[in-house]
Design a protein around this ligand. Structure first.
Ligand SMILES: *[C@@H]1O[C@H](CO)[C@@H](O)[C@H](O)[C@H]1NC(C)=O
Ligand SMILES: *[C@@H]1O[C@H](CO)[C@@H](O)[C@H](O)[C@H]1NC(C)=O
Length: 444
């Protein structure tokens, strides 16, 4: 990001006219009588975040945006953008200011409205006092409060491409819509790109990255109800991924145990990768703690029905699930995998079939969640239905969400978008003819 040269120019102009600069030095608050203009910023009390006008260096046409960035990080530092699709071309008298209706509004030099918090329309204008102040918190949340102190709007409720610790992403919806992260178009253009990330609308236990409207990458299925921790050696700390119920909706968030000096974020980059990044102050770079997809093979459904992406081999490639072979062997040898695999031996349901375990798997898409089942009941549920091709079973350590700590998942029909990993993943039990189990291919 470019530090704005404009304030320098303005100051020189001011100075040459013997005036004081019109911008106020950084404070963490925006007040009704003090609009924000290009060249001034507001800064969180601890100095971590700044909010103001910025432009991006190497774009040919200079566009300006209002956003929030890490103040002490020189590049790749923007975490939120207000007017991402409505850039400012002439910032000289653009302002971010309170409106009479207690909204915040960004207008350009010609007075055109580029962005607004848009809350006054939804409120009963007579019932609430007008806008009091907007503050930038130490966690990067820009909060607009009424003069009574009620939160009217906050940037954490309107994520762009980045999730910061403490931000919640809504993954089920009743009253409100699902929330998504939406990629930038390219590293120089924050306007909404092709990739988005959020919960599968039919199943909050998995998150999907979409390319346009097509699934591009599916996460591992959440196998706990509350908190999953991942220890990260470089920061000697655990990153927690959490689900929680707020009101009648479920939210996902992540973060470090407090207090922590490390800077971490999750974002969807312009190429569609989901990343968890940690700021490395020694190298002055973001380190990817997680980034995916990393291989063609990791893309959604890449290996076709009953195929899986084998990440355990030096050359990551598609394979057929145990007991299956390629539908089109020639395609398969030329690395076209989309037609997938079929059973080597047709199932004779109830006559000598059983289940073969494949371990450390990303379990397939399109499962049925059968609630409140013991392991035996779960197996029986799949066994008794000839269309059931696989099951998986876990008991979860916590049951904060929907008061059921069992997780019996069944698949009816094709198994798609499956992967095998080293050291993570689940046991997947695939329905197979018994001869295969007897030939020793099974692992129980
Ligand atoms: C995203 O979708 C578009 C349109 O279908 C396609 O051209 C592009 O290659 C896709 N991008 C990736 C990274 O797969
Ligand atoms: C098998 O399960 C599916 C999904 O629940 C159901 O639609 C189908 O009717 C079941 N088949 C039998 C024979 O029970």
């Amino acid at each position: 990001m470019d530090p704005l040269p404009i304030h320098t120019i303005i100051c020189l102009v001011c100075w040459s006219f013997g005036l004081l600069p019109f911008y106020v030095s950084s404070s963490s608050r925006l007040l009704p009588n003090k609009p924000l203009s290009a060249g001034s910023t507001i800064t969180s009390d601890d100095g971590t975040f700044a909010l103001g006008f910025f432009s991006l260096s190497s774009s040919s046409t200079k566009y300006y945006y209002v956003g929030i960035w890490y103040r002490n990080i020189p590049e790749d530092n923007i975490v939120w953008v207000a007017n991402r699709a409505m850039p400012i071309t002439d910032p000289s008298s653009a302002t971010l200011a309170f409106t009479s209706g207690s909204d915040l509004a960004l207008s350009d030099t010609s007075g055109q409205l580029l962005w607004t918090t848009n809350i006054s329309a939804a409120r009963n204008s007579s019932s609430e006092a007008t806008g009091g102040e907007a503050t930038l918190d130490n966690n990067g949340n820009f909060i607009l409060r009424s003069s009574h102190g009620t939160i009217l709007w906050q940037s954490f409720d309107y994520p762009t491409d980045t999730l910061l610790p403490g931000m919640n992403l809504r993954i089920t919806h009743k009253t409100h819509a699902l929330q998504q992260l939406i990629s930038w178009r390219n590293p120089q253009d924050p306007s909404p790109g092709n990739f988005s990330y959020g919960a599968d609308p039919d199943e909050f236990r998995q998150r999907i990255t979409w390319n346009g409207s097509a699934p591009y990458r599916r996460s591992l299925v959440w196998n706990n109800n509350l908190v999953v921790g991942k220890y990260v050696e470089s920061i000697k700390s655990t990153i927690y991924y959490t689900l929680q119920t707020i009101g009648d909706e479920i939210y996902a968030s992540f973060g470090l145990p407090v207090p922590s000096v490390s800077l971490v974020l999750m974002k969807i980059d312009y190429s569609g990768k989901i990343k968890t990044q940690i700021w490395n102050s020694n190298s002055s770079k973001w380190t990817d703690q997680y980034s995916g997809p990393n291989q063609e093979c990791n893309k959604f459904g890449y290996c076709g029905p009953f195929g899986y992406c084998d990440n355990t081999q030096p050359i990551v490639t598609c394979k057929c699930l145990d007991g299956f072979e390629p539908n089109n062997k020639q395609d398969w040898t030329t690395r076209r995998f989309s037609q997938g695999c079929h059973r080597m031996e047709a199932l004779r349901c109830g006559q000598g079939d059983g289940f073969l375990n494949m371990s450390t798997m990303k379990i397939p898409d399109q499962f049925l969640y059968v609630k409140n089942k013991s392991l035996d009941e779960c197996i029986a549920e799949c066994t008794s239905n000839c269309s059931c091709t696989a099951y998986t079973y876990t008991t979860m350590r916590t049951n904060a969400i929907d008061e059921d700590d069992t997780r019996c998942l069944l698949w009816i029909g094709d198994l798609i978008d499956t992967e095998k990993f080293i050291g993570q993943g689940e046991n997947l039990y695939i329905r197979t003819e018994f001869w295969q189990i007897k030939t020793g291919r099974a692992m129980f």
